[in-house]
Design a protein around this ligand. Structure first.
Ligand code: CDP
Ligand code: MG
Length: 749
């Protein structure tokens, strides 16, 4: 059964969301203006809807809920109590508290321990503190890794609060470009990517006394690589404690990986029954259904917060906006606090989900997968699960990783239901059928390492002198094809030589906490004489969208934005904004006047400072090209040539390497300007209704031939498609041969 309903639905996405988006695009295209991707989407439209009376469906659910309400009478008291308990009481109420001492004994007696416990049992917030209280922090840092940055920040904040210390003192966190730790820090939460990078400068991780690899069941690429590295580190360092925690059943597998005697400690759970309801027939539109379901629950009489899972930011924003709108349109609907959460949401908004809503009204949290296991919100009694999530998967059609929506696994579905049974018996509404659950969902999720491009990982491992990647101890080895692809990517960028060894360029690239193309761009910029410019551009690319478009002032905001736009390049437009801001002495007033997010700009400046330090320590020259911005475009081309496209029609391009159509995004500086360069390169491809190029720069055909000779050749001043394809295939083949040969020769070394 290849084309399952769910798989098809996941590629199609939600019609409701599309309508929202299309209205945005139409509006902006008509007016020759620019829509804003991402953050402000919800503000872009004011969909007018007539007042609606509750439907019969709503009334039926109301009745069902009433029955459910009888059954739950005592439960409200529990959740209210939970909210009013002191921090000490809350800590002691967690399941992990009951086994505190026996768990510490197992840790004392073993170097590696696997700890399994239901989500919300207190693993992430308590374990570090127990270890600290037992003296493990006296001779080193207690580190705890998280696959998600939001989780690292939010959990560190919570633990600092529980300890009664300012965040960044005894308890802090580090995520990419943001280090909130100090000399005092003993408990350090961090993303797994940060710890991985720390291995580069300190292979034995000497300043840690304990490392907790949290949320190991998530199986992020970084966690998987850390597994392999830490397995060696614990063998070398008998004074290091390694604790691997997991919410699910992978425990035995983890234990096996670290050696047969590795104990598995189970925290007895305290979970309540969750009634799970499936649909009788596949749903038409998951966003629409989720909205209806949420409103039905809300109009019912049962108290308790709602958690809706959505695949990504846009779905979340549209869902949140429409729920609010619909409720506003209903007479006498009780108030509801709709709270979105996703990784790009500013942290002060993120913490809202944990707080009690003003006036104690019902909360409806609309979240990505982050709420599946990483973050536990108390008081959730209802879960709505459309059955989808966003995953990074290598897409052979476009020749790179793409974040796309896929059906979740059965394991994920069960985790999601479980979220409703934390504080009392709950209900989970699955927006799919029992058959879809059984037949169309994988039992468990495929680990990221087996489905993504591993260029970053390869670069890192090569820098750690792990030369023979095929021999690296992976828990689940990536398919050889993945490795080849990743090595090929690195070879085209000049990071690996023909024998698959790290070049000087590659060594320098590994020093930057960036994607290989961005690091390459910085290094080349130093030679080309435009590193000041490229530093600003890379920093701006590393922060969320900077343009604001407040409701009611859209036109004003658009015209301001237009002033910054450089017609041949979005990268240069970003540079322009940064330079203007710098001229105004980094003024936040200036940002406000120009509809620019001051926080994001400040962040870009911090990122820039950090990248500049890395440049300096690598003796890469800091030079400005002054007013010559052509050289800046050429430098962009030197790193992004694999993403080159050729003009086909208005706003339409075609990828030179893969032949697929790619479109200018309406937010691009090049969109609707009447300026149509023959060739452009893009930063990334966003796949929504069409393949949209995000952040685009016009380049010259000759540059492509000069900078990307393995892909493109120059023929009568134009690149012909056939020739290019042949070149690509040839390059691919010879590269694979070389890689195979090099692997073979290395095996002898
Ligand atoms: O890691 P695990 O899922 O076992 O649990 P945890 O994240 O340590 O959560 C323990 C408790 O802390 C839960 O009741 C959470 O709701 C609470 N918590 C919180 O109130 N605020 C946070 N930022 C994180 C957790
Ligand atoms: Mg946790």
């Amino acid at each position: 059964d290849v084309t399952s309903d769910l798989a098809v639905a996941s590629t199609k996405g939600s019609k409701v969301v599309r309508r929202y988006r299309e209205q945005t695009e139409r509006k902006t295209a008509q007016e020759g203006q620019f829509a804003l991707a991402g953050s402000n989407l919800g503000n872009l439209l004011g969909i007018e809807e007539a007042k609606e009376e509750p439907t019969d469906d709503d009334k039926q659910t109301y009745k069902d809920s009433q029955k459910f309400s009888d059954h739950m009478q005592n439960i409200d008291a529990v959740s209210d109590f939970a909210l009013e308990k002191s921090i000490k009481e809350q800590r002691e109420y967690l399941p992990v508290f009951a086994v505190r001492q026996s768990m510490l004994n197992v840790i004392r007696d073993n170097n590696v321990v696997i700890i399994v416990g239901e989500t919300g049992s207190g693993k992430t917030t308590q374990l570090t503190q127990y270890l600290y209280e037992s003296g493990y922090g006296d001779h080193g840092t207690i580190g705890c890794t998280q696959p998600r940055r939001v989780a690292a920040m939010s959990v560190a904040a919570r633990v600092a609060e529980e300890m009664g210390v300012p965040l960044g003192n005894e308890c802090g966190y580090a995520i990419r470009f943001e280090d909130k730790t100090s000399d005092k820090t003993v408990i350090k939460y961090m993303t797994d990517g940060i710890l991985l990078r720390e291995c580069l400068s300190d292979p034995d991780l000497d300043h840690y006394s304990v490392i907790i690899m949290d949320e190991a069941h998530e199986r992020s690429v970084n966690t998987d690589v850390l597994f392999g590295l830490l397995r060696e580190v614990v063998a070398r360092r008998s004074d290091l404690k390694l604790i691997v925690t997991s919410a699910t059943m992978d425990a035995e597998k983890f234990a096996d990986f670290f050696g047969g005697n590795t104990p598995v400690f189970r925290i007895p759970g305290r979970t309540f029954k969750v009634d799970t309801f499936h649909r009788n027939a596949p749903v038409e539109d998951y966003v629409d259904e989720a909205i209806k379901q949420a409103i039905q629950i809300h109009l019912g009489a049962v108290d308790g917060d709602i958690l809706i899972f959505m695949p990504g930011q846009e779905d979340i924003e549209v869902t949140s906006a429409l729920i609010t709108e619909k409720l506003n349109g209903l007479d006498s609907a009780p108030p509801l606090a709709v709270l979105p959460i996703y990784s790009q949401l500013p942290s002060e908004k993120q913490s809202k989900i944990f707080q009690r809503a003003p006036g104690g009204i019902r909360k409806c949290i609309v979240a990505t997968n982050i709420a599946e296991t990483s973050l536990t919100v108390d008081g959730i009694f209802f879960v709505i699960d459309p059955g989808f999530c966003k995953m990074k998967v290598f897409n052979s059609k476009v020749g790179m990783d793409a974040l796309q929506v896929y059906p979740i696994s059965q394991a994920s579905a069960n985790q999601r239901s479980g979220r409703a049974g934390r504080t009392g018996p709950g209900q989970c509404f699955r927006l799919y059928t029992t058959r879809q659950f059984k037949d169309e969902m994988l039992v468990t999720t495929v680990p990221e390492i087996q489905r993504t491009n591993l260029a970053n990982v390869v670069l890192l491992l090569k820098s750690l002198q792990v030369d023979d990647l095929l021999k690296f101890h992976f828990m689940d080895p990536p398919p050889q094809e993945n490795m080849m692809n990743s090595m090929y990517t690195l070879w085209t960028l000049g990071a690996l030589d023909n024998a698959g060894n790290l070049t000087d360029m590659g060594r320098q690239m590994a020093d930057f906490p960036l994607d290989p193309s961005l690091s390459k761009m910085l290094i080349v910029a130093a030679e080309m004489g435009c590193s000041e410019e490229i530093l600003s551009i890379v920093s701006m690319l590393s922060v969320p969208s900077i343009f604001i478009r407040p409701k009611g002032r859209e036109e004003e905001a658009d015209s301001r934005k237009e002033k910054f736009q450089v017609s041949e390049s979005d990268h240069l437009s970003l540079l322009n904004v940064y330079n203007e801001w710098k001229k105004k002495k980094y003024s936040s007033r200036w940002c406000k006047d120009n509809f620019i997010q001051a926080k994001a700009m400040t962040r870009a400046r911090e990122v820039r400072g950090q990248l500049q330090e890395i440049m300096e320590s690598n003796k890469l020259a800091l030079v400005s090209s002054g007013t010559d911005w052509d050289i800046v475009r050429k430098c962009i081309c030197s790193a992004y040539f694999p993403n080159a496209t050729r003009l086909k029609g208005i706003g339409e391009y075609v990828s030179l390497r893969t032949g697929i159509p790619c479109f200018l995004h309406p937010t691009s500086s090049l969109f609707g300007m009447g300026y149509t360069p023959d060739y452009v390169v893009y930063h990334e491809l966003i796949m929504t209704t069409k393949e949209y190029m995000q952040c685009v720069t016009a380049v010259e055909g000759v540059w492509l031939a000069e900078l990307g000779p393995m892909f493109y050749s120059l023929k009568e001043q134009a690149l012909t498609f056939n020739e290019r394809m042949r070149e690509t295939v040839r390059a691919n083949e010879s590269m694979e041969d070389q890689l195979r040969n090099s692997e073979a020769s290395k095996a002898q070394m």
